[in-house]
Design a protein around this ligand. Structure first.
Ligand code: GAL
Ligand code: CA
Length: 330
């Protein structure tokens, strides 16, 4: 009898928790679906929603803030319980926060950080991401460690490191801080960094390939001692250009160390085949899971202390980066 009762109770509880979670509707906006890292992020959010029985709809902003604003309006009109927003332009987050606040809908920003001032205008505005400076430091360290372990990498024997810098989208915190801190990490390692060429390639492989091709033509590959890219896609684009010039194809005399950020599958492949020196894990799984759990928790008014991720300053979840080099984690 007791057992029957317990089983029945568990069944009822399971039903209650299912129907309760199913009531939570998340409206999510991604700046652009056609982005390798954001694809990993989306998959992680979907998986967490499937686990918890929540409903999520994800809209593709197609790299256009106006399009995304319309998608947000539609989610608000459809009375979603919570928004997860990856803004096209992080500096355009204030109107999004204002709208959400007016509608009384909590909002979790991801990957593109609104300023603390913006987040401060709404008690139900949060940010889930990773500390950009950390990834910059780690990618710079990977290059510095290689340079120290390989005296031949200093091609012109001047003790300095002549590098090419491929930057992500203008204004993105990951573009600004990865660029700054990767170079600083090289200096902190006791090597003088010299940026011989640099350009914005918008996180994009093809743009990076074209830019790198132009740099190879104008500078000469023999004068480039490293390529630092703000993300893996751009690192892979640079590698395409190098390979087209017979670099990074296995001949140690013709090799330029290239470093990225994200640890996307294609980058890990390139690393394992020796084309890419290393990358930094941008942990999409944990960021996506944390964003959904936080969203569900604030939407239902439950204790955010039990979601399994620490909340800093009442507003932030920071997921750590991790260096990835050959033979280490992959
Ligand atoms: C970065 C990531 C890039 C790109 C960008 C989009 O964190 O490293 O590859 O996805 O976010 O905002
Ligand atoms: Ca040098």
């Amino acid at each position: 009898m007791r057992k029957v009762f317990t089983t029945a109770l568990i069944f009822v509880l399971a039903l209650v928790s299912c129907s309760y979670a199913a009531e939570v509707k998340i409206g999510a906006c991604i700046y652009r679906f056609n982005d390798a890292f954001m694809l990993r992020f989306r998959n992680a959010m979907q998986a967490e929603c499937e686990k918890s029985g929540a409903v999520i709809e994800i809209a593709d902003g197609q790299d256009d803030q106006t399009t995304q604003n319309e998608q947000i309006d539609a989610f608000i009109a459809a009375k979603v319980n919570v928004l997860i927003i990856n803004p096209v332009d992080r500096m355009a987050s204030q109107p999004i926060i204002d709208k959400a606040k007016e509608a009384g809908i909590p909002v979790v920003f991801i990957n593109r950080e609104p300023t603390p001032e913006m987040l401060g205008t709404y008690d139900k505005a949060y940010y889930v991401g990773a500390k950009a400076e950390e990834s910059g430091t780690q990618s710079g360290q990977i290059v510095a460690e290689y340079f120290k372990a390989h005296p031949e990498a200093d091609k012109n024997h001047d003790g300095k490191l002549q590098f090419v810098l491929l930057r992500g989208q203008n204004g993105h915190q990951d573009m600004i801080l990865r660029s700054k801190y990767s170079v600083e990490a090289i200096r902190d390692a006791g090597i003088e960094p010299v940026e011989i060429a640099g350009a914005i390639a918008n996180w994009d492989k093809v743009q990076a390939m074209n830019i790198m091709n132009a740099f190879i033509m104008s500078i000469g590959p023999e004068n480039i001692e490293a390529v630092i890219a703000n993300n893996d896609e751009m690192a892979l684009g640079a590698i395409e250009a190098l390979k087209a010039n017979d670099y990074n194809k296995g001949n140690p005399e013709m090799y330029i160390p290239v470093v990225g950020v994200d640890a996307n599958a294609s980058a890990l492949e390139a690393m394992n085949s020796g084309e890419l020196l290393g990358t930094v894990l941008n942990d999409a799984d944990n960021q996506g899971t944390a964003a959904v759990r936080l969203a569900l928790s604030i939407a239902s008014g439950s204790d955010t202390g039990s979601i399994g991720y620490e909340i800093t300053d009442g507003k932030y979840i920071w997921v750590p980066y991790q260096k990835v080099t050959r033979g280490e984690k992959q």
